[in-house]
Design a protein around this ligand. Structure first.
Ligand code: SF4
Ligand code: SF4
Length: 357
């Protein structure tokens, strides 16, 4: 089987959980789990629990089906996540787990435990060697590396830094340690547009680096202290925080692609990738807001190549609406950068064969 064979099952534009479960069952049946997962393999399922007010993340009911599929191969599934850089309940293991339970990712509902791959505070990591262009070593969450196999269950959305956030983003940012996330963000230095700043002080309260100070009646960012986490952009309601995304987006997309390679290094043949193209919103599931989809539901994609999977996500969204998910969400950004860089470093191929089921 070619690694870039993809399987796709269509969904109606407004699909129910039952319809998504039917579609996922067909995809899971088609994917060759028996070849990939051996008895007693410890299998990480990486998904996203959604931020506090997010309602469009992948449902626990779908995650449960993946758990059962792994168990049918006698594998040992666990859900995994990493801490965020920014403030909030997802920035350490204790409150992240409490939060995940509150969104329904309990053992009772999903059938598997959650193990935070980067430990209590996000600093449990393994530095792995990669044949990258920007990096020769990347810092990946320790237990993501120790797992025998990986099932990446991603929810494509638009993304304010990378155009789209799908499998590559879920891998690269989602499975890096805190230091790894910092390294990926480090070129992003925001600044304040003084004419828009009302000095509501929200960004001062949320900045994890205390890099924002009052100056002449508005907020001011001390560039040297800023880690580039993007929290200020997320909390400012007045559109006063600015980034030079044109250049910086390309930079962060390339870094994410290299970290994505690091996350699967040593088990590239032991990975399965699934993208759920439903409830696709302009902003990602990290945003602490309830959002409406920017596009109708399209379907569920599965395969063995995360680059092909994200390419097909762009192509299928374009096929349905005339514009792809990135262009619908952040037209000023070009999400193709992450795909071409990932292909260049050997993570996968953009060319694929799609089998519609
Ligand atoms: S959150 Fe926005 S408006 Fe409020 S102080 Fe910060 S930059 Fe100014
Ligand atoms: S100023 Fe820098 S460190 Fe502080 S919230 Fe903004 S991006 Fe993060």
């Amino acid at each position: 089987m070619d690694t870039n064979d993809l399987f796709f099952r269509k969904l109606p534009p407004v699909s129910s959980i039952a319809e998504r479960r039917q579609a996922l069952a067909i995809i899971l049946e088609q994917l060759d789990f028996e070849r990939i997962i051996k008895p007693l393999d410890k299998v990480a399922i990486k998904t996203h629990f959604g931020d506090v007010n997010n309602t469009t993340h992948i449902s626990p009911a779908l995650v449960k089906m993946v758990v059962e599929k792994i168990e049918s191969c006698q594998g040992l599934p666990f859900l995994t996540e990493t801490s965020t850089l920014y403030s909030g309940p997802r920035n350490n293991a204790v409150t992240h787990l409490q939060h995940a339970y509150s969104h329904g990712f309990t053992y009772e509902q999903v059938g598997a435990p959650i193990i935070m791959a980067d430990g209590l505070l996000g600093n449990s990591e393994i530095e792995v060697a990669i044949p990258g262009i920007l990096y020769k070593k990347v810092k990946i969450a320790r237990d993501a590396i120790l797992a025998d196999s990986l099932v990446l269950l991603s929810h494509p959305t638009g993304h304010l830094a990378t155009g789209i956030g799908a499998a590559l983003k879920n891998l690269g940012m989602g499975l890096s340690s805190r230091k790894g996330k910092l390294q990926q963000h480090s070129s992003i230095k925001p600044y304040i547009n003084n004419s828009k700043c009302t000095f509501c002080e929200q960004c001062l309260k949320w900045c994890p680096e205390q890099a924002i100070i009052p100056r002449e009646g508005v907020a001011f960012i001390i560039s040297e202290k800023c880690s580039g986490c993007g929290e200020c952009l997320a909390v400012c309601k007045f559109n006063a925080v600015k980034y030079n995304w044109g250049v910086q987006s390309e930079d962060i997309q390339q870094r994410i692609a290299e970290y994505a390679l690091g996350a699967v290094i040593g088990k590239r043949e032991k990975c399965v990738f699934i993208n759920v193209l439903a409830d696709m919103t302009r902003q990602c599931d990290c945003m602490n807001i309830k959002q409406k989809p920017v596009i109708g539901d399209i379907g569920i994609l599965g395969g063995y190549d995360p680059v092909a999977l994200d390419q097909a996500t762009l192509d299928l969204t374009r096929r349905n609406t005339g514009k792809d998910l990135g262009a619908m969400s952040f037209p000023e950004l070009d999400p193709n950068v992450q795909l071409s860089h990932a292909e260049k470093i050997g993570l996968g191929k953009r060319k694929y064969k799609l089998t519609e089921l």
